[in-house]
Every structure is written in structure tokens, then in C-alpha cells.
Design a protein around this ligand. Structure first.
Ligand code: SF4
Length: 226
């Protein structure tokens, strides 16, 4: 009988091909473009927002609207919480929205554990090599939390307790395979899950909050869901 490792290894090329076809079909059918267009009223509401917090909230909704057709063809379903055991980068503005939704207090995180969004944007623009080094450092830090549940995960039911207020990272983390086989947590093993490329959408939300600080969700909310 095939082991999980063997099943995962033999799935990888098939999953990558599936993801490629799905992205191609979404683009060719115009569904991806239509979803972004239908989110424009949310984008416009963000532009009119009177505070950064409000702006980010509207942009998060815009992101959800833009990824709707991707979600339909993804492997992600309610109750699957594999990605809730990975690093979840959020800003202090998103932490404030989560605090508001959950009634929990967000901890202020220090700069040794976090990055200022404006510095990241400037680094990506002016010093790409430094950005690459930082991303490598980020990967190392991210591995340290793998397996640790998000503080907002209801571990019994595998459900997000702050779904409507979930951060941008969670809204764009979509597996384009047909099932969650490649997401199954095998700590210490890097599996190339064919994820939706949400970088542009994340950049839209981040550039609306240049003064924000970015860190893992667990740094802002050290206490877990009981
Ligand atoms: S905020 Fe919700 S969706 Fe995001 S990692 Fe936490 S439990 Fe999962």
C-alpha cells in the first residue's frame, strides 16, 4: 500500500498541471476579470473610507470578491484547516479588525518580530537582493510556527471563528488542486502545494496601510481559542 509520502510525491506533477489548466480557464472565460470588476464598488468604498482600518476592511472584502471564481475551483472547503496551522502574516490594522470581531485584545508587537509595510515596499522597489534575503529569513521564521494552530481556529470543528474578519492572507490562500492531499501536514517536509498567486491582491491591501506593522497572527494574539 502506498504511503502518504509516496501519494504526495506522485500527485505533485498532476496537481501542478491541474492548477495551470484552472488558471488558464479562469482567464480565458473572463471569470477572473469579471470578479475583479464586480468588486470595484468595494474598492471604491475603500477609497472613500475615513480611516485606515475602514479602508483595509473594504479592501479585504474586495479581495474576497476577486477570488470568488478561484475559490469555486479550489480544493478548499469548510472544515479543512490545514493552512490554519501555517504562518499567517497579518498587519496590526488587520489585528485591530480581528480584535474588534472577536472581543480579544491584540498585543502590540515589537520591530524585532515584525516589519513595517513601508520599509518592505521600499525594499522590494529599491533593494531586491535585500528583499530576497528577508524573504529567506521570513521562510525560516514561518517554519517555526508550522503545526501550531491559529489562535482563532476552533480546533474541534476545524472552523475559523472570525471568518468574516479573517485577514487577507487567509482570503488568498487557495489550493488549486482538486483535493487537500498536498496540504496534509507533514511537518519538516516542503510540499509544493499549487497555490493561487494572490501577490497582487495582497499588495493592494498592504499599500493602503504603509504605516502598518506586519507579523504572524500568533504574535498579535498569543492566547488560543479555548
Ligand atoms: S484567521 Fe481563521 S482562516 Fe485564518 S488562519 Fe486563523 S482560523 Fe484559519
Amino acid at each position: 500500500m502506498e504511503t502518504l509520502t509516496e501519494r504526495v510525491a506522485s500527485r505533485i506533477p498532476q496537481a501542478q498541471e491541474r492548477a495551470r489548466i484552472k488558471v488558464e480557464q479562469l482567464t480565458a472565460s473572463g471569470r477572473a476579470t469579471a470578479a475583479v470588476a464586480s468588486g470595484q464598488r468595494l474598492h471604491a468604498a475603500a477609497a472613500r473610507a475615513s480611516s485606515v482600518r475602514q479602508r483595509v476592511m473594504w479592501l479585504q472584502r474586495f479581495v474576497s470578491c476577486a477570488v470568488e471564481p478561484v475559490q469555486v475551483v479550489s480544493a478548499c472547503t469548510a472544515g479543512c484547516a490545514h493552512c490554519c496551522h501555517l504562518a499567517v502574516p497579518i498587519t496590526d490594522v488587520e489585528a485591530a479588525l480581528l480584535a474588534n470581531a472577536s472581543g480579544r485584545q491584540a498585543t502590540r508587537v515589537g520591530t524585532d518580530l515584525s516589519w513595517r509595510v513601508a520599509d518592505l515596499i521600499a525594499m522590494a522597489r529599491d533593494r531586491p537582493e535585500a528583499m530576497q534575503r528577508l524573504m529567506a529569513e521570513h521562510d525560516v521564521r514561518s517554519r517555526a510556527v508550522v503545526g501550531e494552530p491559529c489562535p482563532f481556529l476552533d480546533r474541534a470543528g476545524g472552523m475559523c471563528t472570525v471568518y468574516d474578519a479573517r485577514p487577507t492572507a487567509c482570503r488568498t490562500h487557495l489550493n488549486l488542486d482538486d483535493d487537500a492531499l498536498l496540504c496534509r501536514l507533514d511537518i519538516g517536509t516542503d510540499v509544493p502545494v499549487p497555490l493561487f498567486d494572490g501577490r497582487q491582491l495582497k499588495a493592494i491591501v498592504l499599500s493602503a496601510q504603509p504605516a502598518a506593522v506586519l507579523a504572524d497572527i500568533r504574535a498579535f494574539f498569543p492566547e488560543r481559542t479555548p
